[in-house]
Design a protein around this ligand. Structure first.
Ligand code: F0G
Length: 482
């Protein structure tokens, strides 16, 4: 895709779509936002969208859908079994992901449940480039453990490494030798590694992982939820593929995996999910669990309309002018924040901009959850809802001890084709103000902690009346402005 230059010399990501359906937003006064924080236990998952201005919680199920996706939803062939919509999805999966055998599931973690139920037992170990919350929870629920095998560069906030999601091949071999290939049911590679800032892996790295999997006879499972963006960054950053197209890159990646699974809430801007393979043995090992947990094999718990949208969305993933939108807006935001000295993960990845709360709130100890505190503070002063991706999102170890995250991040998701550039500039502006007033932000502590995936519904409270003081300073500086 050709770069579009501005006469002014500015580098601005230009929208290559037009807006035809809009949703009105609310920007409620700061006093209401303070109440909402207390009501929602200082957990942005528990806020009502009535109180949220820009919803940057996630891209999951919130990407804008295309006119063609909506049109396809109207021709859904509603049937419990043998639906033609499912046949169209199978074809899309084969055309785009290059796999013939498809099992539908209601969302990404349902695939994780089925894969873990089928393959994990006590003593199993799953090496992965990095964990995702739900992937890890399903593995540990089934008695297994994970080993995260990244290179040191991945943990550096300020880096220019193009592929921080690469798996550490030397550590992978050591891990296999140490635990024994028999105890390793699969190696998991996550495209655009979510929790380290949406960082991709290279195709060369995937080739090296594949070679290791072959050497020791271990399955390779690819989490393709953010595959489109990983492929886009391969196109932009991996010399060997600079003249390839999205379709070729995606097929090279999926072609190396024995089993591919995905959240369609991300991958195809729709809902649902899937597992696909060319290996009949794997298909058979997973097949029986789909009707048990999800639904019949031709809908898997997904509405048939969404199956139509998924099929179209998969083809649209091949369109570079669509897939580039979110990464280019993220890069714009990351560059702008970095330019002001705000600590943010570099290079810009996918899914969202990731602010480093460990540095932003260096005065808040990890025991008081700096990323959760920063997410609350930003919501208070802007109505922007981000997501804590730090120790609150971590799970306790098997003995019930707190495990502190490698990184304390505030993720500001930029779902595809949802926000305008002035909205992104608003985020930048409010974060600048917050950075100048960062010492007013204080810590949080749990008052209610669920045993599994505690970050979703957990309740916290501030360790002092810092939110009130932060609000007072905002009013002093902004007067009557919202
Ligand atoms: N794998 C990855 C890499 C994900 O990012 C997600 C979800 C899942 C699996 C699970 O899929 O939500 O459809 O069950 N990520 C969302 C997020 C929730 O906000 O990053 P799901």
């Amino acid at each position: 895709m050709q770069e579009i230059k501005f006469y002014s010399g500015e580098t601005i990501p230009l929208e290559l779509h037009k807006v035809r359906i809009v949703q009105k937003l609310n920007l409620v006064p700061i006093e209401r936002r303070l109440e909402a924080l207390y009501e929602g236990g200082f957990n942005t998952f528990r806020l009502s969208t009535l109180d949220v201005f820009l919803d940057m919680l996630t891209d999951s199920g919130t990407n804008a859908m295309s006119d063609n996706q909506l049109a396809a939803m109207m021709q859904a062939d509603d049937a419990y079994a043998g639906s033609q919509s499912f046949i169209r999805l199978q074809k899309a999966v084969e055309d785009v992901l290059g796999k013939k055998l498809l099992l539908p599931v209601h969302q990404g973690r349902a695939a994780e449940n089925i894969i873990s139920t089928a393959y994990i037992k006590k003593g199993s170990l799953v090496p992965m480039n990095y964990h995702f919350t739900t992937a890890m929870a399903h593995i540990t629920q089934n008695g297994g453990k994970i080993a995260e095998l990244l290179y040191d560069e991945a943990y550096k906030i300020n880096s220019d490494h193009p592929f921080k999601g690469n798996m550490n091949i030397e550590k992978l071999e050591e891990t296999i030798k140490h635990h024994g290939a028999n105890n390793i049911p699969f190696i998991r590679m996550e495209a655009s590694t979510n929790l380290i800032g949406g960082q991709p892996f290279s195709i060369q790295n995937l080739r090296d992982v594949r070679a290791m999997a072959d050497k020791y006879g271990i399955r390779l499972v690819l989490d393709a939820s953010l595959l489109g963006e990983n492929a886009y960054l391969v196109l932009k950053r991996e010399e060997e593929f600079k003249d390839s197209n999205m379709g070729e890159i995606i097929k090279i990646m999926t072609g190396m995996a024995d089993l591919v699974y995905f959240s369609a809430r991300k991958l195809s801007s729709s809902r649902g999910g899937g597992m696909c393979t060319d290996n009949m043995t794997i298909y058979k090992e997973l097949e029986a669990l789909v009707p048990l947990y999800e639904g019949f094999l031709t809908y898997g718990g997904i509405s048939i309309r969404e199956i139509e949208a998924m099929a179209v969305g998969l083809y649209e993933t091949l369109d570079e002018s669509m897939i580039c939108q979110s990464p280019s807006f993220i890069k714009y935001l990351v560059d702008a924040l970095d330019g002001k000295g705000i600590p943010v993960i570099k290079p810009a990845g996918v899914l969202g901009a990731h602010v480093d709360a460990m540095q932003f709130c260096a005065h808040i100890p990890q025991t008081e959850y700096p990323a959760g505190a920063l997410a609350s503070a930003l919501f208070l002063i802007s109505g922007v809802r981000g997501m804590e991706r730090g120790s609150i999102s971590n799970q306790r170890d098997e003995y019930g001890n707190e495990t502190y995250a490698d990184m304390e991040l505030l993720r500001l998701a930029v779902p595809r084709r949802v926000f305008t550039l002035s909205q992104i500039k608003y985020v930048e502006d409010r974060l600048n103000w917050l950075y100048d007033n960062r010492l007013l932000i204080g810590g949080l502590r749990f008052v209610y902690e669920p045993p599994v995936l505690r970050f979703f519904m957990g309740g916290l409270e501030p360790t002092s009346d810092w939110p009130v003081k932060l609000m007072a300073k905002f009013k002093e500086d902004f007067g009557e402005s919202l």
